[in-house]
Design a binder for this molecule. Sequence first.
Ligand code: PMP
Length: 459
Amino acid sequence: SVAAPPESQNFHWHGFTQMADFQNIVIDHAEGCWLTTTSGQRLFDGVASLWCNVHGHRHPKMDDAIRTQLDRVSHITTLGMSADITERLAERLAEVTPGDLKHVFFSSDGSSAVEAALKMALQYWHLKHSTTTPASEPSSTTSSTSTSKTRYLALSSAYHGDTTGAVSLGGIKYFHQLFAPIVFTPVRGPLPCSYRLPDGVRCDDACDFYAGKIESLLKQHHTELAAVVMEPLVQGAAGMITHPPGLLARVRELCDQCDVLLIVDEVATGFGRTGRMFACDHEGVTPDILCMGKGITGGYLPMAATIARPHVFEAFLGKSSERKQFYHGHTFGGNPLAAAAAMASLDLFRETNLTATIDAKSRFLRGCLAPLADHPHVGDVRGRGLMVGIELVADRESKTPFDSDQLIGRKVCERATELGVWIRPLGDVIVLMPPLVASDDELRFLAKTVTQAIEEVLA
Ligand code: PMP
């Protein structure tokens, strides 16, 4: 039995939500891929609680690992000391991330992981440029802008989080425009969208086309660019924008040629979501710095991390008097409880060979969604692995979007909720990011419900 839902009095201020639209869905408990509200409704968690709960909810091994850690230590500072579990996790993350990514800087959420990467890249160039001047501590006399490499290249419609640096990279109008007075301006790259290609660009040429655009920006700006920052393969919050295959590998080559760092934001794509542990693995790419969050603890506790290759880390090594330390740190970075959850999650990945199951699950889900291909308002069904977007359009032929005031995406998601599936729209793109452990029956239910909601709203 569950308690009656409380009347909303707005004590809780919801992110990205018009309070008047709060649907008063309050979760009492969850298990597997299902959430149960305080009024007793069972909802399939179609977005894995914002792309985090890869193993679903209340997995016994996850719960046990956190309880066991609770009996040892819950929180310590990791500034200058550490916890055994945190040390072991750092080593494990180095094992599962691409190539020689090795040095893990812990933070609390995806935005902070990106923020750390930005500052890491900037200080890296500062340190490289000041090797001839040992006293490199930022001060009024030695400013951190003693290097000219202080800018970033970010893609159009990028989303990398909500802290100020991350917002600066962002290219989604509503998340960005209002805050223009307090953000910096990146060099703005293209939106490498495979669905809406510019006139005259054929599908087979899309990778060359977008790589060419990025190349000319890099050639023009490389002396001032600290890093290119991008999501790999799929730009999630932009609307599951799927890049042409091969683009990431091309950007890696270009960054090497132009002596610019590559920061890859795997906050959404990491931890099996695209069918590999990290999306970079699809193209054999090792970025200089990789950001991860969301799925890192299987959604059980907040944690994020920024992992760097040795050449980046080593620039920060030196005696205390040299003041090369990274001028950045978080109170809860590497929290032992979160680290225990992350270790348990990685153990589960290994024990169940979870990542290897994703391609088949993806094909199954896409098969269940196949009837939507005939729907006059379904423009595109896209994504990688269990990261799927369904774009609804006013006109399929011309790919014309709906008027945003019609709130089509939101209406579809609200109807899906009534039918027992919790999903969130990104504009008129319906996002499906179920737990990676969802069964075929559950994936079929997800697809059937979403299809019904689309058909009813757009009847
Ligand atoms: N980067 C990407 C690619 C994301 O999708 C998100 C969150 N949606 C973030 C960064 C920010 O993560 P957080 O919300 O945990 O700060």
